[in-house]
Design a protein around this ligand. Sequence first.
Ligand SMILES: Nc1ncnc2c1ncn2[C@@H]1O[C@H](COP(=O)(O)OP(=O)(O)OP(=O)(O)O)[C@@H](O)[C@H]1O
Ligand SMILES: [Mg+2]
Length: 427
Amino acid sequence: MVEAPLPGREGGEGSTAFPKAALMPVDLSMVEIGEETRIDTGFQEFNRVLGGGTVPGSLILVGGDPGIGKSTILLQISQNFAASGCKVLYISGEESLRQIKLRAMRIGELKGDIRFLSETNLGQIKETIYRDQPQIAVIDSIQTMCCEEVTAAPGSVSQVRESTSLLMQLAKRSGTAVFIVGHVTKEGQVAGPRMLEHMVDTVLYFEGEKNASYRILRAVKNRFGSTNEIGVFEMTEKGLKEVLNPSEYMLEGRPVNASGAVVACSMEGSRPLLLEVQALVSETAFGLPRRTAAGIDYNRVNLLMAVLEKRCRLPMSRLDAYVNIAGGMRLSEPAMDLAVVTAIVSSYRDLPVPADTVLFGEVGLSGEVRSVSLAEHRVREAAKLGFKRCLLPKSNVSRLHVPQGIRCQGIAGVEEAIRFLFDEGKE
Ligand SMILES: Nc1ncnc2c1ncn2[C@@H]1O[C@H](COP(=O)(O)OP(=O)(O)OP(=O)(O)O)[C@@H](O)[C@H]1O
Ligand SMILES: [Mg+2]
């Protein structure tokens, strides 16, 4: 088969390969925006992750492991929306109305215009939304929804894709903000939210450790806001409670003046977070050192130990090391390096770092401490929580306005930090 020539190319003038009518592109200055409205979710933490509240007509996917609290948080924000005067429709394809009522009773009072449906037929749900025109609709979960036009089973790739595109059109046409729950399952079993991520406006992940009560809401895609913000919640018997001061929460109950434990400051989006880094090093029993890292990159820990070995002449290759971020947080910021290195040395020497000290800084392969972003935010957070001393990259110090009550010590290299903290730092 020979391809038809493109107009203006070999086909010569007058060739009409595309007989369709041409479109009229518009000048953006002619597009009216109107005032941007955002609907308050009733949780500051949730609003922050959404970029300031819910945008009408948007489609928001909330993903997360089984039992992490997706239905709970969506029911809570539904109640908040209704209490503030919005019309809400909550549709569950996995739970009976009785189950929803039991959860609702546990969480708190139901006020305002909020209606419930236990339904999986998306065609009927669509008609209901067009008829009732709620401002907010919740669909729990996308894997249980079923479009009659598609013959595949609910939860299959084609069914999930069709259901999502139908909900997208629905949200845009009706102006209803639609929250959908997506289950995260092992790859290949069910169509997970990965594929959906392209289709929706916003993707939020609700994460947490099974044995810790805090939960983190994280935006991984947001057409209406930044994606590196997190919201912190705590799971209680009465549902999720927002944690407005996560640093305080993360440092609760930390050991004072124990060796191997130091406080670091990491940034999560625009928000500084103080955390405890713990390390335990001990002689290797069988020649090959054993290392584990929880909450922080394993390879990064190995790299930092190699730096300690080579630049500070510490015999790390003969030591087992266990590094852990207390509380089960997972971090990937290089600004944690200085704290990890210090925690390892503190455990190795069995000397504590003073409990009123916070550290942050990236460690390079030559053992230098490199500057990090938003140093001032981090120092301010440390001062706010009553820390008296901060060790930070020297190159950050010159541009810093030091808040009252905290002393900032610029550090150029790992060796200098070790000397300062463990040899001469004792006043
Ligand atoms: N009485 C209770 N007291 C304290 N916590 C509870 C209570 N009942 C449930 N929970 C918490 O709520 C969690 C379940 O929340 P939820 O049903 O919202 O999760 P989910 O993410 O929607 O789960 P699924 O994936 O099964 O739909 C439980 O794992 C538990 O932590
Ligand atoms: Mg659920």
